[in-house]
Design a protein. Structure first.
Length: 418
């Protein structure tokens, strides 16, 4: 039993004993009075002491039960969300706060024992906390993760269009937003990865290193233990790409293959993604494309179909698939609107402001007089006004020169006036 509860129960018994002892003189006095005023007065006096003693007992029970309930709420079965502190100073962390590691490593320690270490020149945020894990967004850089295992552990890490599902393991995650390159080295346990050029929920186990280059359309897998201290050296070495069979988990020699064979072949379906698109059922089309291998579908879809899949994924809450379809369009030479939408998805759905800034700037280079130029300049001001005030001021002046009465004119004036 909890020591605090034991103490409270002892206190309750002591209060009751004291009340009983205090009642003895009163009963003696009541007996004397009864000889003068009669038995009725004595009964009334005794009743008051009985009620007082009962009240003491009730209060004691309420306190004990309250403490029991409080203790249960803070125990191992608590439904309270996790919390975390930042670095050696143990500063309390907050959901949505961007955390940057400049010249030194920054470590996050979570209440159930998990640790995330952000390497120098990296940036991340905790997007959500639950009783069993957290959702983390890595905008740029290298993250060393040590997730405490448990029966209900549920963690998710996002890096660009990639999503890593974790139950309890140790791994390194790297995301180069500029190069659109994703790396994952698992040292202990296993994870599941979803993203461009990968089969759905690809498992990566201890001793494996996965590298995906979005511009090259290539996924590569290396087998063999890679300790944390050698990960930096390993990242600089070329990694052989697996065959389609090895990506599916079969035991075969590793060999370089063409990008289009890095995913399983399209399976026949009763009603294909293309049929759903033609019928205007975009949600069903997206689901069918995912079942058939989304990367493979992108390779055979027309430009018009790719734009339809982009819309289906954006409005269906699947930003990673929308990004993959837009990247496919860019590989086919479609510029302008693709870069704008990549910026919009990065800012609004993936929580990656620096990546969004880069894409909006790309749009303005590709389409300086485009129909979305005003919107791109406005979004740039919003993104840079805190992180890079001088750049935001330059954009604001450019905006006012071109759109003095535009939708973002008020914002531009307030920024340029600083």
């Amino acid at each position: 039993m909890d020591p605090l509860i034991v103490k409270l129960e002892e206190l309750g018994r002591a209060v009751a004993d004291a009340s009983d002892r205090a009642a003895e003189p009163a009963r003696t006095l009541a007996q004397a009075r009864s000889r003068l005023f009669g038995a009725a007065r004595q009964r009334a006096t005794s009743l008051r002491y009985v009620l007082a003693a009962a009240a003491v007992v009730v209060v004691g029970l309420v306190v004990v039960l309250g403490v029991r309930r409080l203790g249960a709420g803070l125990g191992p079965d608590s439904t309270l969300a996790l919390s975390f502190v930042i670095d050696a100073a143990e500063r309390p962390g907050a959901i949505g706060e961007w955390i940057s590691a400049d010249a030194e490593r920054v470590e996050l320690r979570f209440s159930e024992g998990s640790r995330l270490a952000l390497e120098p020149h990296s940036r991340m945020r905790v997007a959500n906390l639950t009783p069993h894990g957290a959702e983390v967004v890595v905008e740029q850089g290298d993250l060393d993760a040590r997730i405490t295992p448990g029966t209900a552990t549920a963690w998710a890490l996002r890096a660009g269009p990639f999503r890593v599902l974790v139950t309890g393991t140790q791994f390194d995650l790297r995301w180069d937003a500029a190069a659109q390159r994703f790396e994952l080295t698992v040292r202990e346990g296993s994870v599941k990865v979803a993203g461009p050029h990968l089969p759905a929920d690809r498992s990566v186990v201890a001793g494996e290193r996965l590298v995906v280059s979005i511009p090259d359309g290539r996924a590569e897998l290396a087998r063999g233990p890679i300790p944390r201290e050698t990960a930096d050296a390993a990242s600089a070495a070329p990694v052989p790409a697996p065959s389609a069979a090895s990506l599916l988990g079969e035991s075969v020699p590793t060999a370089r293959v063409s990008p289009e064979r890095d995913v399983p072949p399209v399976e026949p379906a009763v009603e294909s993604w293309r049929e759903h698109l033609q019928a205007g059922r975009r949600r069903e089309a997206l689901a069918a494309a995912e079942r058939q291998g989304f990367s493979n579908v992108l390779g055979v879809a027309s430009n018009k179909e790719l734009w339809q899949l982009v819309d289906a994924a954006r409005f269906g809450g699947r930003p990673a698939e929308a990004v993959s379809a837009l990247q496919e369009l860019r590989e086919r030479g479609v510029r302008g609107n693709t870069s704008f939408l990549l910026g919009k998805i990065s800012a609004d759905q993936q929580g990656a402001p620096s990546q969004a800034t880069s894409w909006f700037q790309t749009y303005l280079r590709e389409e300086p007089g485009g129909e979305l130029a005003e919107e791109a300049l406005g979004r740039l001001m919003q993104l840079q006004r805190r992180s890079n005030p001088s750049a935001a001021s330059a954009v604001a002046k450019q905006y006012l020169a071109r759109y003095p009465k535009g939708a973002y004119a008020t914002l531009a004036k307030s920024i340029s006036a600083r």
